[in-house]
Design a protein around this ligand. Structure first.
Ligand code: NAG
Length: 500
């Protein structure tokens, strides 16, 4: 893929007449690459990735064949079945908080863009179900207990081991009335509610089960308020510590429950708690920790459909979010690399790229249907502009960048070879049936060789803010994939496949 010129500003335009920043932006965002990208191929791969992250007993239709069953006794130490679910990234822990967020975003991808997924829709729905089957097990005992993590992160991170060989501590962590966790419980309620929409017509009994459970879990989250990062500090921090607080997950859970159940009480909850739970805070954050931009975009759909004048504050916040991410507007929280990649502080930059781009695209669709544009500093950001911004980020990931490489494993001619991922970097069980112990894996970690197992579809943390990428396992910020990078990307790729 040829390197793109970032500024193709046409000099034939009179600068005085066309001084509007937004018009400038429209002109300076490159058009689709000459050959275009194979978004359908990228979509298929982005979903396949989730099969590589599966924990538990793998089903007969598992397509990523170099993985095997793993962690078949998870939960046993606590007398519960907690097998299944997803490993979050390149390690072998099951962290409930990002797993729930991943499931919520995969569901949102299917809800808004499932119609664009063609033959991949079934695979996307299976990826959602692999998450919800686990979340149903983890929430079975609510309100007495909600299981939020399996595996001791220190013990796991001390080893470089295949999940199939894992002999590290599989400690089970839970929250309950006396050790609350409204953050992880609120996100879990959001995931179950969002997924209930995915299954509404596909599998009505399963959908009802998900919604009933979401209602119970939300009630538990709201009634016993507190942060799991306080209740379980030494286990979950600094890994998936909720730095931002639990208030956003309560609003987020209520927003999804409202969408899924159409019950008045959730609408009233949102209106009543908008200020208390600080919907207008940090409006340009969206990730496993902070849901604010997502809450505002999701609820704005109702406002744009003219059904919710009591919720207009959310639309104002969503508009503020949009204006803050436009390139060229100086914003201390959002920057762009010289090659055009969105940048935010914190590890794994690509999570911000995909989640914020997803919101740009989702909001753009909601605006289009209502024939609206976003007022930003005396001008308007149109739905078309938002789509082009989102597409520019997706195209960067797929190869339109200064290194001309794709950041998705297995897509394009050049992609990351040494991702920070235990299963991918160690020989497969088929290639090396004998156990590889904790420290025996170190030589694979330190090896300069490419990973032997292709984790197809994995999107890594990505380049640094100068567009440089080391392609080296120890640089985990750059080279580690995560499930919550891919979950929103699934929706983006589906849309651009249908609308290249
Ligand atoms: C990015 O990585 C390159 C190559 O390692 C390095 O020269 C550059 O300083 C890094 N940029 C930043 C902003 O860290």
């Amino acid at each position: 893929m040829a390197r793109k010129s970032r500024h193709s500003f046409s000099l034939s335009l009179s600068p005085a007449r066309f001084s509007s920043l937004l018009l400038f932006l429209l002109l300076s965002i490159p058009r689709a690459s000459a050959g275009g990208h194979d978004y359908g191929d990228a979509l298929r791969k982005s979903i396949l990735f989730f099969e590589g992250q599966r924990s538990g007993r793998l089903p007969p239709d598992q397509r990523l064949r170099w993985r095997r069953d793993s962690a078949l006794h998870d939960g046993a130490s606590a007398g519960v079945d907690l097998t299944g679910g997803y490993y979050d990234a390149g390690d072998n822990i099951k962290f409930g908080f990002p797993m729930a967020f991943t499931t919520t975003l995969l569901s949102w991808s299917v809800i808004d863009f499932g119609r664009n997924m063609g033959g991949e829709l079934n695979n996307a729905v299976k990826a959602v179900k692999w998450g919800t089957d686990y979340l149903l097990k983890a929430t079975k005992d609510v309100p007495n207990a909600l299981y939020v993590q399996v595996g001791d992160a220190y013990s796991d991170h001390n080893c470089w081991e295949r999940p199939e060989d894992m002999d590290t501590l599989r400690t089970v962590y839970k929250i309950d009335r006396f050790h609350p966790g409204s953050d992880v419980a609120g996100e879990t309620a959001a995931a179950l509610a969002a997924a209930s929409i995915v299954f509404r017509y596909r599998d009505p009994p399963y959908s009802r089960l998900l919604l009933d459970r979401a209602i119970k879990v939300f009630d538990f989250a709201d009634r016993h308020r507190g942060a799991y990062s306080s209740s379980l500090r030494s286990a979950v921090c600094p890994f998936y510590c909720d730095v931002n607080g639990y208030q956003d997950e309560l609003l987020w859970g209520a927003a999804w429950l409202h969408k899924a159940s159409r019950r008045r009480e959730y609408r009233e909850y949102i209106v009543r708690n908008e200020v208390v739970l600080r919907a207008g805070d940090t409006i340009n954050e969206f990730g496993w920790d902070n849901k604010h931009a997502g809450i505002n975009v999701l609820i704005s759909k109702e406002v744009l459909m003219g059904k919710a004048n009591d919720l207009v504050a959310f639309k104002r916040n969503a508009d503020g979010f949009i204006c803050s991410v436009l390139p060229g507007i100086s914003n201390p929280q959002i920057q762009y690399s010289p090659g055009g990649l969105l940048f935010k502080a914190g590890s794994c930059n690509m999570q911000h790229v995909t989640s914020l781009s997803f919101l740009l695209l989702a909001y753009s669709n909601y605006l289009s249907h209502a024939n609206h544009a976003v007022p930003c500093g005396g001008s308007y950001a149109t739905p078309a502009l938002l789509k082009r911004l989102a597409k520019r980020q997706v195209d960067y990931i797929l190869g339109d960048n200064p290194l001309s490489m794709s950041y998705m494993v297995g897509y394009g001619a050049r992609y990351p070879q040494r991702i920070h991922h235990r299963a991918s970097s160690l020989p497969s069980v088929a290639a090396h049936p004998a156990h590889i112990s904790c420290k025996a894996g170190s030589r694979y970690y330190l090896s300069p060789n490419p990973n032997p197992n292709l984790l197809v579809g994995a999107v890594v943390g990505g380049p640094n803010s100068s567009d440089a990428f080391p392609d080296s396992r120890p640089f985990f910020q750059e080279s580690e994939p995560t499930t919550y990078v891919n979950a929103p990307l699934v929706g983006l790729l589906a849309y651009f496949w249908a609308h290249p």
